[in-house]
Design a protein around this ligand. Structure first.
Ligand SMILES: Nc1ncnc2c1ncn2[C@@H]1O[C@H](COP(=O)(O)OP(=O)(O)OP(=O)(O)O)[C@@H](O)[C@H]1O
Length: 259
């Protein structure tokens, strides 16, 4: 595990959409820290502000107020060079719908971010082989996305996200478009990568099965964090899953599908 220093600090984040009579307060003062090496889940019902939160951290959208710090540095204060570096190599984004380019093979998709940022070929090849092995996608590296299963596409997308060795992976409902088995495979791989290489992951999900792979979960409702669960050392995933379901039951939402 990597050292447990503060990697990301989210401070009193607020986000309001719309104007005058048509205002939505998507985030209403959200604060939390992510330690280096954590696998943090954000859960909450539809419309609770999860994607808004992730997109503020990813600099896809600007918060109305509040700050996000990476290694103590305010990401809103980055100049264009700092912002490009942040987006290109400090964070990796894993989307629900994979977002692979259809006319590139798996390997080309994975290497694309490095090609854009000037790649060291030898290092890239070694890293590619290692990630392909970890994510079990060696067989599909030369296939196009249309020739892959949903699960394979998402694992290729995960490799693309990890190849630049980001400080933090931001995953927005990564299992949302997958069947139960592929979802479990993906989550097992992400958990393994988090544990073996200490890669920090922030994952938004409304799926308790996916979230049970996290080391800590923040529950968000109406734009505020209202509960936190921490997976105990030695606690089985099944037990953690049950505790997640209890919180969701109190919330009155959430599904109870068992993997
Ligand atoms: N671009 C936008 N313009 C106006 N309102 C928005 C916009 N994006 C999100 N919202 C509103 O902000 C609130 C939070 O949305 P957000 O997408 O962050 O929720 P979520 O928890 O990710 O939901 P879901 O689980 O359904 O994806 C919702 O009420 C949504 O309608």
């Amino acid at each position: 595990m990597a050292s447990q220093g503060k990697l990301l600090e989210v401070q009193n984040l607020q986000k309001t959409y719309g104007k005058k009579n048509n205002i939505t307060k998507a985030l209403n003062g959200v604060s939390f820290d992510i330690l280096s090496g954590e696998f943090l889940g954000i859960m909450g019902p539809s419309g609770s502000g999860k994607t808004t939160l992730l997109n503020c951290v990813a600099t896809i959208i600007q918060p109305t107020s509040g700050r996000v710090l990476l290694h103590g540095k305010n990401i809103s204060a980055f100049d264009s060079k700092g912002l490009a570096e942040y987006r290109g190599s400090r964070i990796g984004y894993l989307f629900q719908d994979f977002a692979l380019l259809d006319n590139l093979t798996g390997q080309e998709n994975i290497l694309l971010p490095l090609a854009i940022h000037g790649m060291d070929f030898t290092k890239a090849r070694t890293k590619l082989a290692e990630l392909a092995r970890m994510l079990d996608i060696t067989d599909v590296l030369h296939k196009f996305p249309s020739q892959m299963s949903g699960g394979q596409k998402q694992r290729v997308a995960a490799a693309r996200c990890l190849i630049s060795e980001p400080d933090i992976v931001l995953a927005d409902e990564p299992t949302g478009a997958l069947d139960t088995r592929s979802a479990r495979t993906l989550m097992t791989k992400l958990e393994g990568i988090n544990r073996s290489s200490g890669r920090t992951i922030l994952m938004v999900s409304h799926d308790p099965n996916a979230a049970s792979f996290c080391s800590r979960i923040l529950f968000i409702q109406d734009g505020v964090i209202f509960h936190e669960l921490r997976r105990k050392q030695e606690e089985s995933r099944e037990k953690f899953y049950e505790r997640i379901l209890k919180v969701l039951a109190q919330l009155g939402g959430g599904s109870a599908n068992v993997l």
